[in-house]
Design a protein around this ligand. Structure first.
Ligand code: SF4
Length: 91
């Protein structure tokens, strides 16, 4: 039987605009053409808030230090506090 946390994670991922597009764009540097394209998709994604919530739960892990999550790349994520990241969720 799957854990409840796993079920919740998979539910929001079903609506992710990046689902099925492959990970390449989201693991490029946020200042490159590919990275900017990924961020533009994130900015209209219906589960951007859930995505940012998920990456905020990963504070201190290696996973949080890679990839574009919710339109924010790892360098920008490292530069802003969790509370500032949560403020971005409202945009
Ligand atoms: S916000 Fe971006 S990275 Fe997060 S689920 Fe949506 S498209 Fe994927």
């Amino acid at each position: 039987m799957p854990r409840i946390g796993t079920v919740i994670f998979m539910c929001w991922r079903d609506d992710a605009l990046c689902a099925g597009l492959g990970p390449g764009l989201w693991f490029s540097h946020s200042q490159t053409k590919s990275g900017r394209h990924a961020i533009s998709i994130c900015n209209i994604c219906p589960v951007r808030k859930e995505c940012l919530d998920e990456v905020n739960k990963l504070e201190g892990t290696a996973t949080r230090r890679v990839g574009i999550w919710g339109g924010i790349g790892p360098y920008d994520r490292a530069a802003v506090s969790k509370s500032n990241t949560e403020a971005l969720e409202d945009n």
